[in-house]
Design a protein around this ligand. Structure first.
Ligand code: NAD
Length: 239
């Protein structure tokens, strides 16, 4: 299927799901985990975004999150985020499922956003489980402390942790019911999020992938559009 056909199917669809990964925010200046700029002080993100890393050295993990929070605080939504917010406005049922923790979809105007991996601006107590929002780019003290006296952790889902049940159920149900499933800027190796594309296709949806490169799912999607999300999405989603 070419981009013209894909655009027609999107325009005619009543129910659309878009699943986004870190690639959609790359052009806003937020590095992906595996792409250029992903390393921090020579640590790989996969070695920092884990419960084991946090238990071993919470100070180090929090310094990394402080760096990421300051990058995100300076970033703005790009044309890809904005195109998705506009698509939501004109689609009867639209669900945006994101693996991103940066909050740029909401800032672009998306409303029905399902955050599978949490939110970098949320902190959660490691003892009493209280969670709260803190929008400061630089936290002091670091690690931050809950009012109960215990250390807080970032309110995100780390590698090896389960996804939040409520968000996952909403995402799975919307994918199952979708007519068009867009998968954008995700390497499709972080499961189970990437399996949603298979759920959608098995239930009859067409799957359209937008990615700067080939991925593990490019061979079986109905339409693979290669390039930057901020350029392709405005072309694909134009009314
Ligand atoms: P990933 O780093 O594995 O893959 C990023 C994908 O985006 C790659 O397939 C790459 O080809 C593609 N890409 C890069 N630039 C692009 C562009 N301009 N346009 C289109 N595609 C582009 O990231 P992932 O699959 O999202 O998984 C890593 C996990 O890390 C995520 O689940 C997320 O929770 C977390 N993460 C979030 C952020 C964020 O919130 N912005 C940033 C980094 C990592």
């Amino acid at each position: 299927m070419n981009i013209e056909e894909a655009r027609g199917r999107i325009a005619a669809a009543q129910r659309i799901v878009a699943l986004t990964g870190s690639g959609i925010s790359a052009e806003s200046g937020i590095p992906t985990f595996r792409g250029p700029g992903g390393l921090w002080r020579n640590f790989r993100p996969e070695d920092l975004a884990t419960p084991q890393a946090f238990r071993r050295d919470p100070q180090l993990v929090w310094e990394w999150y402080d760096w990421r929070r300051s990058l995100i605080a300076q970033a703005n939504p790009n044309a890809g985020h904005i195109a998705l917010a506009e698509l939501e406005q004109r689609t009867p049922s639209f669900t945006l499922v994101t693996q991103n923790v940066d909050g740029l979809h909401a800032r672009a105007g998306s409303v029905n956003v399902v955050r599978l991996h949490g939110d970098i601006w949320t902190l959660r107590c490691t003892r009493c489980e209280r969670s709260w929002e803190d929008m400061r780019a630089s936290l002091d003290p670091l690690p931050p402390i809950c009012e109960c006296g215990a250390m807080a952790r970032p309110g995100v889902v780390w590698f090896g942790e389960p996804l939040p049940t409520r968000e996952w159920n909403i995402a799975a149900q919307a994918s199952h019911q979708s007519e068009v499933f867009l998968i954008i800027g995700t390497s499709a190796v972080v499961q189970p999020a990437a399996s949603l594309a298979g759920v959608a296709q098995d239930a009859g949806a067409i799957v359209i992938e937008v990615n700067a490169a080939q991925t593990e799912i490019s061979d079986w999607v109905d339409c693979h559009l290669e390039g930057n999300a901020s350029e392709i999405l405005p072309l694909l989603l134009a009314p």
